[in-house]
Design a protein around this ligand. Structure first.
Ligand SMILES: Nc1ncnc2c1ncn2[C@@H]1O[C@H](COP(=O)(O)OP(=O)(O)OP(=O)(O)O)[C@@H](O)[C@H]1O
Ligand SMILES: [Mg+2]
Length: 607
């Protein structure tokens, strides 16, 4: 039987697209305040916005009729006809946001236009109007949203941690404050001020949000080609970060993430930037309104341009010029990304192959050696049976660890290419990758210390200080206690500086400024994992950190080690619970047992 859905159900379904989380409510409401011509917007939150979101603006306000209309679906003052969609001047245009929000939360609206004597107070819960009266209030609009998803328990249950929500919200307000420097923004969470950005210009906003270090590092950028303009600031490569979230790009004042523009920026920096690093940039791009389509995605996160190539070259040249003016010499990177029309491709930009990547040791014999029939068979058998020698986690059957202490059985036969240890054991011929083995041993020591809550830390004589932005400060503030359990003691210094006081001893004596920046990025990327109580060995972020330091501290492929060092390496490795894979799941060693060796030589004793 087909039935027509009622309005509340329709709105709840649609809310699923527009309103995913507290951050989306904040986004929609603040955008409405901007569209209403506000000069001051205040955002106050409780419990990451899950309990309360309150937005106060001094914009146009609404009269009584409009206030009631605003919460209905497809009611908007911003466009009137389909053609308007192709030249949108406002941030909103669908007339969906408020209708969606009131269907999934408890909402109150206080609003008054300057010319009206009295304002309006409406209270809505799950789409139903509970109260509607005239009231004496300030000009502008105040909207409070309580208990988001109170009537959609499944969604409420799956909301991310407060820290994650705050990270999103703070980041979004940061973007809007940069896109609209003529508006004052403030963000308060649990009565604590997170962002205070009084109105000014782009540089003053950068200064109030990112701090003076980053503001001082800003290099102006400006270029115009026909009706295309790019303005703003970029920074020298030493401020680059591992994560891409310091690329602030605004097209017609709308914060966007777009691969074409990201690629153009990176290409502009070219060799000035280390591989896989992203600069800090703040770019405002103006293009004709009808050349950008913002109506691609319900949350307007994606935009499409009709003349990508033109945009690409404008941005690339502008970045290059501005860096050169600042005294940096830029060399063209040979294998660099050239412009490709890729707007529909959501994947990250193609990675250029690093020349400095560790050399891959040639693993398989060249095919010419195994051309004859017998040889071919050998290779085939090998491919099939190599499975027996992989660590237990990588194959179906379980591998039994040798019962007896392996100590007496290890006889080092040699080390080839200063990389692979060959040893004879009771199990068979053992091949061990010295780097992977050492990395695994270090990693296991660290995890063991975390588990015993006896982490050895090292105080940094000269603590490394990193410039951070408000969203990062929020994250670190919330994770501080947890991070201490892993040996990282961080101290927040003012609003934009973070000091790394201690690191796990296993990381070595000093950490560089670059590594410190990477650590912050890694913590940020793993907010939810860190805040949840997980076993240390399940935490990918720890593996990331280990890979950073273990690679620097561990014996490397190519390092000369003595026979006794090789022996103790293998001994220590075999003492571990899971000795066969490194933290990243690559094999640390393989054992070629008698049966395997016999198969290679086609000596089948059993038959
Ligand atoms: N803070 C505000 N001040 C003044 N008017 C507002 C405010 N918030 C909403 N409105 C009015 O309510 C209408 C509906 O808002 P809503 O956010 O639901 O839709 P929209 O902004 O038009 O489109 P979108 O769904 O794309 O955001 C707006 O068009 C605007 O006229
Ligand atoms: Mg809106």
């Amino acid at each position: 039987m087909i039935i027509e859905l009622d309005t509340l159900t329709i709105n709840k379904i649609a809310a699923g697209e527009v309103i995913e989380r507290p951050a989306s409510v904040v986004k929609e409401l603040v955008e409405n305040s901007i569209d209403a011509g506000s000069t001051q917007i205040k955002v106050a939150l409780q419990e990451g916005g899950k309990k309360l979101i309150e937005i106060t603006d001094d914009g146009s306000g609404m009269n009584h009729t409009d206030a009631l209309l605003s919460i209905k679906r497809h009611t908007t003052s911003k466009i009137a006809k389909a053609e308007d969609l192709f030249s949108i001047a406002s941030l909103g245009f669908r007339g969906e946001a408020l209708a969606s929000i009131v269907s999934v939360a408890q909402v109150e609206i206080f609003t008054k236009r300057e010319d009206d004597e009295l304002g309006t107070h409406i209270q809505v819960e799950g789409g139903k109007i509970l109260l509607d009266k005239n009231i004496s209030v300030a000009n502008g609009t105040k909207i409070t949203v309580r208990n988001l998803f109170y009537n959609v328990p499944v969604r409420r249950k799956f909301l991310k941690s407060e820290t994650t929500e705050m990270n999103h919200i703070t980041e979004y307000i940061t973007k809007l404050a940069l896109a609209f420097p003529e508006i004052s923004f403030s963000l308060v969470h649990n009565n604590r001020s997170v962002i205070t950005a009084p109105k000014g210009d782009l540089l003053s906003q950068i200064n109030s949000i990112f701090g003076k270090n980053i503001a001082k590092a800003c290099i102006p950028i400006s270029r115009t080609e026909d009706e295309y303009t790019v303005t703003g600031f970029i920074t020298k490569p030493e401020f680059s970060r591992k994560s891409r979230d310091y690329l602030y790009v605004f097209v017609l004042n709308r914060p966007i993430v777009n691969k074409v523009i990201t690629d153009a920026i990176l290409r502009g920096y070219s060799t000035a930037l280390p591989h896989n690093r992203s600069p800090i940039v703040f770019l405002n791009i103006t293009i004709p309104k009808n050349e950008v389509d913002v109506n691609v995605h319900p949350t307007k996160k994606e935009v499409r341009f009709s003349k990508e190539a033109k945009l690409f070259s404008l941005v690339e040249i502008a970045v290059k010029e501005s860096l050169e003016k600042s005294g940096l010499e830029i060399f063209e990177r040979v294998s660099e990304t050239k412009y490709k029309p890729t707007i529909l491709d959501k994947h990250s930009s193609p990675k250029t192959v690093s020349k400095t990547q560790p050399k891959q040791i040639q693993s398989s014999p060249s095919p010419s050696l195994v051309q004859d029939k017998v040889g071919y068979k050998v290779v085939k058998t090998r491919e099939k049976s190599i499975d027996h020698f992989l660590p237990s986690t990588q194959r179906g059957t379980s591998y039994q660890k040798p019962e007896h202490t392996p100590k007496s059985m290890i006889k080092i036969l040699g080390i080839i290419k200063d990389t692979y240890i060959i040893a004879e054991t009771n199990e068979g011929l053992l091949l061990c990758d010295q780097h992977a083995a050492h990395e695994k041993i270090n990693y296991s020591k660290y995890v063991d210390q975390i588990e015993r809550k006896k982490i050895n830390v090292q105080s940094l004589l000269a603590p490394v200080s990193v410039s951070i932005k408000p969203s990062e400060l929020e994250v670190i503030n919330d994770l501080k206690i947890k991070l201490k359990e892993y040996g990282f003691e961080l101290e927040i210094f003012g609003k934009n500086e973070i000091l790394i006081r201690t690191i796990p001893s296993i990381m070595g004596v000093a950490i560089s400024y670059d590594l410190a920046k990477d650590l912050i990025d890694i913590f940020k990327e793993n907010i939810d994992q860190i805040s949840k109580q997980t076993k240390p060995e399940d935490l990918d972020f720890i593996k990331d950190i280990v890979s950073i330091f273990a690679c620097r501290r561990s014996i490397k492929a190519g390092d000369k080690i003595s026979v006794s060092e090789a022996e103790s390496l293998i001994e220590n490795l075999l003492k571990l619970e899971e000795p066969y894979t490194c933290p990243h799941g690559r094999p640390t060693m393989v054992i070629l047992n008698q049966q395997y060796i016999e198969e290679i030589f086609q000596r089948d004793y059993k038959s």
